[in-house]
Design a protein around this ligand. Sequence first.
Ligand code: NAP
Length: 318
Amino acid sequence: MTVKLITIFGGSGFVGRNTVRALARAGYRLRVAVRWPHTAHFLRPMGDVGQIEIVQANIRNEDSVRRALDGADGVVNLVGILYQTRRQKFADIHDDGAERIARLARRSGVATFVHMSAIGADLNSRSRYGRSKAAGEAKVREVFPDATILRPSVIFGAEDDLFNRFAGLAQIAPALPLIGGGDTRFQPVFVGDVAAAVKKCIEQPSARGRVYELGGPSIYTFKELMTYMLDTIGRRRLLVPLPFGLATFMGFFLGLWPKPLLTMDQVALLKTDNVVGRGPQRVATFADLGIQPVAMDTVVPSYLRRFRRHGQFEESAI
Ligand SMILES: NC(=O)c1ccc[n+]([C@@H]2O[C@H](COP(=O)([O-])OP(=O)(O)OC[C@H]3O[C@@H](n4cnc5c(N)ncnc54)[C@H](OP(=O)(O)O)[C@@H]3O)[C@@H](O)[C@H]2O)c1
């Protein structure tokens, strides 16, 4: 069998590095397309010598995307942003950038294309993030009808931006905010399961042209997630409800920082539950891929241990 070459955009990110590991273990040749190759060499030891190639590409640049796709049998697009900057707008990344990869992949004869979207992708979403993800999905589908679209809920894992961020905040702050009262529901999904789904979608012809919503085995409100995180790191903190109006006001000012803790758009996103199957149609899920998602409790304590007062040496953590 000839070893297939898969180009991965966004391979240096949180989902990306776990996907690179999963695909390298499965024996694929990988070309990881990143904006700054020198920051992505840590990926190479995940494969055998020469198995993982790092190339330069910015999905806002047509030529660099075309070069990254040259000779590829499959493509995975994991590029996404949570907030906009002067150069990186949601429309450029989630919408036009996704379309560019799909169109050029189609043109260069790529057989399989897996596109990472998100639960909350909706043309009528209150948030720009959600609208741009939906616009990207539609364009990808238009130019590459066989593309597989994955929509995860919030993703957890060793380097996540969810538990690590709030556990870090809990180390220094006496209280944590519950935006909108903390009632928004989430279905946290393990990054290893998301990576396994990407691999299955590359390999299973039945996944072509389908949309999968990926959620873990349980649904939690935001307040329950914060309580769980605090219990896990053995700290007590006040959980303070923050009405949406006030959070939006704070998001306006915090959103002016280069790497904002909170933006108005993120507050808007929090107004809608982030769980599998909210839409009117039945969507495919992990069950259709033959994957049993793991529970938070089997993974999260192992990487939140460092936030405990005495780290790994705390008695209850040994
Ligand atoms: N994490 C979650 O909870 C979650 C939930 C639902 C959906 N998703 C989706 O899953 C995907 C991966 O998310 P993640 O958490 O892994 O995000 P991440 O860690 O921020 O990774 C994003 C990746 O995109 C790359 N990137 C950004 N702008 C780029 C550009 N102009 N050209 C080329 N590459 C660019 C980044 O590389 P550099 O910045 O180094 O160039 C990085 O490798 C995204 O589409 C995200 O929307 C994530």
